[in-house]
Write a protein that binds this ligand. Structure first.
Ligand SMILES: Cc1cc2nc3c(=O)[nH]c(=O)nc-3n(C[C@H](O)[C@H](O)[C@H](O)COP(=O)(O)OP(=O)(O)OC[C@H]3O[C@@H](n4cnc5c(N)ncnc54)[C@H](O)[C@@H]3O)c2cc1C
Length: 424
């Protein structure tokens, strides 16, 4: 028993968890027993679902990555189970096998645990969403939107966000408060949808209104970028409704907002609130909303054996996979240092968020955003053209080919290529 390896449990195997597990194996080698738990034996490549929907493809055929095979190859144990509880003092998690209803609860001990469970995308908190709402965040919703587009009668289209409720307890001063969880998707979907309307001879951007609970849509991209985006969108004919406060209700004819405003819309695409999993809310390691509190090394201050990465972490605002990717490398190095596989000098840089985003805008074109002005930095790059579209496609290919572990040159090479790309 004395020679047992430290047991590391990674909860979640999507963008944040898969990459963290792979980096832990890279940095800690065989010094750890690594167990990965996810309710789904696959990763859904959410960012590219809209491209598949608008191209008429089933995202369930093209956007699912077989994650258990990757873990088996790395020597990890993959458990296809639902995480239902975590006890920080006993250092145990409770899981229920998720491949068949009726399975019994099991308990899993850990020395280190990484929480990478994302959040609930709370469509269930939007009245009328089930019947009248659409989304591009899963295979199910992608296919539902494909059916909606096939039956489209040519009416107005509304695309935007419900209010995001960020935790404020323990929030560091450098982290602003975001009113929307992730507003790159409404921007790219709006532009791509306008192209879809044109190419199907059904209209153009004049049919589409973008809405936001905030003063400015995608405010985390920085004022300069959003201002030039809004000028371009206005020229194309998009409608724009800000300060909606929140979505109150969807109905057959449109959307009602908490501000008292309303929009007429045949198709209503909403990015919902990102809500932490209920079992996290009561724990002493989370803020008042249930987001896991960490320092810039992704470790919980009172339980440093608990780390959090990706959307589940309180420091991840906005909720972007690219931020989870940055945190994965940091968390993995912390664990490798803790088990003696790396030295303290190998910790690498602390978490310093920057927005890195590729958007599809239709017609084989895209946009590229690289910005940290929202966090007080000075980087602000916004480019459009064919190259960002190619990069968005290429990233998905590279992600699948490398099993969620793109090579270290990926991000620096992206900045080198795209920050200096002249745009078209
Ligand atoms: C429409 C849309 C477009 C987006 N586009 C972009 C983009 O272009 N670029 C970008 O950077 N980000 C984008 N994002 C955000 C990105 O998808 C998220 O930030 C990212 O998925 C977060 O990764 P994660 O691993 O933290 O969480 P998730 O991806 O939510 O993964 C959580 C994992 O945990 C598992 N899980 C959850 N609960 C349990 C449980 N109780 N037990 C067991 N397993 C559980 C899930 O099955 C899942 O595998 C987009 C989001 C949306 C909705």
């Amino acid at each position: 028993m004395g020679t047992a390896k430290p047991k590391v449990v990674v909860l979640g195997s999507s963008f944040a968890g898969l990459t963290t597990a792979r980096f832990i194996r890279q940095h800690a080698g065989d010094r750890v027993d690594l167990v990965v738990v996810d309710r789904n034996p696959y990763l859904t490549f959410v960012p590219n679902i809209q491209m598949e929907v608008l191209a008429g493809h089933d995202p369930l055929e093209t956007m699912l990555l077989d994650t258990p095979a990757i873990h088996v190859k790395d020597g990890n144990t993959f458990l296809n189970a639902e995480v239902v509880a975590l006890d920080p003092d006993a250092r145990r998690v409770q899981i229920v096998p998720s491949d068949r209803p009726g399975s019994a609860v099991e308990s899993l001990a850990y020395d280190y645990v990484v929480i990478a469970l994302g959040n609930r995308l709370a469509y269930d908190r939007i009245a009328g969403f089930g019947e009248h709402g659409d989304a591009v965040s899963s295979g199910f919703y992608g296919n539902k939107l494909r059916r909606r587009l096939a039956a489209y009668r040519g009416g107005p289209i509304a695309i935007g966000s419900a209010r995001f409720h960020q935790g404020l307890q323990g929030k560091p001063d450098w982290l602003p408060v975001g009113l929307a969880a992730c507003e790159g998707p409404p921007l790219e979907l709006g532009l791509a949808m306008a192209h879809w309307l044109e190419s199907h001879r059904l209209g153009d951007a004049h049919k589409i209104t973008l809405f936001t609970p905030a003063q400015m849509i995608a405010e985390d991209a920085g004022e300069a970028i959003v201002t030039s985006f809004l000028q371009m969108a206005a020229k194309k004919g998009f409608g724009y409704l800000n300060n909606t406060v929140d979505v109150t209700r969807l109905h057959a004819e449109g959307i009602e907002f908490e501000s008292g405003a309303s929009l007429e819309a045949e198709i209503k695409i909403v990015i919902p609130d990102w809500v932490p999993h209920q079992f996290l809310v009561e724990l002493p390691i989370t803020d008042e909303r249930g987001f896991v509190l960490t320092d810039r090394r992704m470790r919980n201050p009172t339980h440093p054996e608990i780390l959090a990465v990706g959307d589940a972490a309180a420091l991840t605002v906005p909720k972007l996979g690219s931020l989870g990717h940055q945190q994965a490398e940091i968390a993995a190095r912390q664990i490798a240092i803790a088990v003696g596989a790396l030295g303290h000098d190998d910790a690498g840089p602390e978490y310093h968020p920057e927005i890195l985003c590729f958007g599809d805008i239709g017609g084989h074109q895209g946009f590229y955003i690289h910005s940290d002005t929202w966090y007080g930095g000075t980087t602000s790059v916004f480019k459009m053209g064919h190259a960002p579209y190619a990069m968005k496609l290429a990233f998905k290919e590279m992600y699948f080919r490398t099993g969620g572990k793109p090579p270290a040159f990926g991000v620096p090479a992206t900045h080198l290529l795209m920050d200096h790309f002249p745009g078209e």
